[in-house]
Write a protein that binds this ligand. Structure first.
Ligand SMILES: Nc1ncnc2c1ncn2[C@@H]1O[C@H](COP(=O)(O)OP(=O)(O)OP(=O)(O)O)[C@@H](O)[C@H]1O
Length: 173
């Protein structure tokens, strides 16, 4: 027969730490089950090998800019007054009313696929980002093989397109 305890319960004795060891701030917190579950889920999603990481990188969606998709962009929720294409996840627009981000990758017509990187600047009608060629290219800084280019996003509904496609587009073509 177990004996009943009498008197108040005492806490467990603290785990003894060597006096020379400084108390760790992380040690003062207890992880919740939700936090542990989040960590486990994140670890499961993380690629374990370089090859897996590369494959994951290659699977990322690409926004193909053509006449067809420009129409889709017009009709969809991706337009913004600043003249940007805003779709999917990726580079955040930090200074516009529309918090939707720009696409992660783009392909203009039959061009190579470019990864959209940091913002270079903003003009009257659009925004300019560094585009890094995802595959191929050469070490030249100019020409069709350049690995780094400037990508300008200008929406068809932007004020610069009030009177039809801007002349600048013809020049770029
Ligand atoms: N090739 C580039 N390299 C580095 N920065 C660039 C490049 N192209 C544009 N930028 C940056 O982006 C900003 C906006 O460029 P953009 O061509 O849109 O200017 P803009 O002609 O004044 O604009 P808009 O034609 O919309 O009136 C520039 O002021 C510059 O800071």
């Amino acid at each position: 027969m177990p004996e009943l305890r009498s008197g108040p319960r005492r806490r467990r004795a603290p785990v003894s730490r060597r006096s020379s060891e400084p108390p760790s701030p992380a040690g003062r917190y207890v992880k919740t089950r939700a936090a542990v579950a989040r960590e486990v889920a994140a670890a499961a999603e993380r690629p374990r090998t370089r090859l897996a990481a590369k494959q994951l990188e290659e699977e990322k969606p690409v926004i193909v800019i053509s006449d067809h998709t420009k129409k889709e962009i017009e009709g969809g929720a991706m337009g913004d007054e600043s003249g940007g294409l805003s779709a999917n996840k990726g580079v955040a627009q930090e200074d516009d009313a529309n918090p939707a981000p720009f696409p992660e990758r783009v392909q203009v017509g039959g061009s190579p696929v470019y990864k959209v990187e940091r913002k270079l600047g903003k003009g009257g009608f659009g925004q300019v980002f560094v585009g890094r060629r995802v595959t191929g290219g050469n070490d030249r800084t100019a020409g069709p093989g350049a690995t780094e280019v400037a990508l300008k996003f200008e929406h068809r509904n932007s004020k610069g397109c009030n009177y039809g496609p801007p002349y600048e587009w013809q020049v770029y073509k």
